[in-house]
Design a protein around this ligand. Structure first.
Ligand code: DP6
Length: 330
C-alpha cells in the first residue's frame, strides 16, 4: 500500500532500443517471460514522452499517442497499469498521453520506449518506489523489449529462473559514453508491418523446425556479444549481431505460414553494408520484425554509411543517432 504522489500525475521519458542479440520467443506468455536473453543498445534521439494522470473523476483508462486515441493498444496499457494499481492498493483510472519524437509512420517499433515510459510515469504518479530492476520487470509485462529501455547504453535482458518472472529483468553492461557507437536507420517502408513481433514469435515457437536450435544457441551469442562489448571489439560484436539477426529472420521465414519481414530495399541495404565491410568500413547491420535496416557503426564512418544507405532505391528516409541514457522520470 502506498499513498498517491501529491497530484497523482507524473511524466517520464524513455528511449527506443535496438537488440544486437535478439529476443524472439516466450517461455511464459501470461507473464511475458522471454525464452532467450537479449542484448541491446539504447538510442539517444528516439524517445517516448509519457504523461499520466490518475484521478477519481476519470471513469475509464484512456491512451493517446501523438494526439490520437490509440484504442488498439489500450488493453495492453490497462493490463500494465493494473499491475501498478494492485501494488498501490488503488483502483483509480488513468489518462495516458504519450508522444514519440520519431516518426511513427517510419514503422519503427515504439512499444519498447512506450512501455518503459509508461511504467516509469505510472509508478511515480502512484508514489511507488521501485528499483530500476523492478521497473524493468513491470516494463517487460507490457512488452519484452521495453524491459531494456529502462537502462541506457549497452543492456542485457536476463531470462531469469523464478516461476513468477520476478528475476527476468534487464541489467546495464556498459554506459553509452563508454563506447559511443552510432546507429543509422534506413527506413524502407512507412506502412504498418504485417505481423507484429508478439504474433510472429508465437508462430515461430509453435511451427518453426529451428526454434529449439534458436533457444539452445542463444547463450553462446549472449556470451560472445557481452565479451565483445566489454572489450570494445567491434568486429566480433558485428559478427554476432548479424548472426543473431539472420537466425531470427530464418525462424520467421520457416514459420508456417511463413513470415517475410524484408522488402527488396532491405536486401539492397544488407548488400550495401556488406560492400562497406569489404571496403574496411566498421559497420554491421541488424533488422527487427519489419523491413527497416539499422546499421551500427563507429562515429568516424557515420556520414559515409548514411550517404550510402540514403542512395539506395526504396530507402525513403535515413535517421542517425548515438547511444543514450535510460528511463528519466519527472
Ligand atoms: C524483433 O518486445 O515487441 O524487436 O514482448 O511480445 O511485446 P512483446 O515483443 P517485442 O519483441 C521485440 C522483438 C524484436 C527483437 C528485440 O527487440 O529483441
Amino acid at each position: 500500500m502506498s499513498s498517491f504522489s501529491r497530484e497523482g500525475r507524473a511524466r517520464a521519458r524513455a528511449r527506443a532500443n535496438i537488440a544486437l542479440v535478439k529476443y524472439w520467443g516466450k517461455s511464459n506468455v501470461a507473464l511475458n517471460v522471454p525464452a532467450v536473453g537479449s542484448i541491446s543498445i539504447t538510442l539517444a534521439d528516439l524517445w517516448s514522452d509519457t504523461e499520466i494522470e490518475f484521478g477519481p473523476a476519470i471513469k475509464a483508462d484512456s491512451f493517446s499517442l501523438n494526439g490520437a486515441e490509440e484504442v488498439s493498444e489500450l488493453r495492453r496499457v490497462t493490463a500494465c497499469l493494473d499491475l501498478l494499481r494492485r501494488e498501490a492498493g488503488v483502483d483509480t483510472r488513468a489518462r495516458v498521453v504519450s508522444h514519440n519524437n520519431f516518426p511513427t509512420a517510419a514503422g519503427l517499433a515504439s512499444s519498447a520506449s512506450g512501455f518503459a515510459a509508461l511504467v516509469g510515469a505510472a509508478a511515480s504518479a502512484l508514489g511507488l518506489e521501485h528499483s530500476p530492476e523492478d521497473l524493468s520487470v513491470l516494463a517487460r509485462r507490457g512488452s519484452g523489449s521495453a524491459a531494456r529501455s529502462v537502462f541506457g547504453g549497452f543492456v542485457e535482458m536476463q531470462v531469469g529462473e523464478a516461476a513468477d518472472g520476478q528475476d527476468s529483468y534487464a541489467v546495464p553492461i556498459l554506459a553509452a559514453e563508454d563506447w559511443p557507437l552510432h546507429v543509422v536507420i534506413a527506413v524502407t517502408q512507412t506502412a504498418a508491418k504485417a505481423t507484429s513481433s508478439t504474433k510472429g514469435m508465437r508462430s515461430s515457437e509453435t511451427t518453426s523446425p529451428f526454434y529449439r536450435a534458436w533457444v539452445e544457441s542463444a547463450p553462446a551469442d549472449l556470451d560472445a556479444a557481452r565479451n565483445a562489448i566489454t572489450s570494445r571489439d567491434f568486429e566480433t560484436l558485428g559478427r554476432v549481431a548479424e548472426h543473431s539477426c539472420l537466425k531470427l529472420h530464418a525462424l520467421a521465414m520457416t514459420s508456417r505460414p511463413p513470415i517475410l519481414y524484408w522488402n527488396p530495399a532491405t536486401l539492397a541495404c544488407i548488400d550495401a553494408v556488406r560492400g562497406l565491410q569489404h571496403a574496411g568500413v566498421p559497420v554491421f547491420f541488424t533488422i527487427d520484425a519489419g523491413p527497416q535496416l539499422k546499421a551500427v557503426c563507429l562515429p568516424e564512418v557515420t556520414d559515409r554509411v548514411a550517404a550510402e544507405l540514403h542512395d539506395i532505391n526504396g530507402v525513403v528516409d535515413v535517421l542517425v543517432t548515438g547511444l543514450g541514457p535510460g528511463l528519466e522520470i519527472g
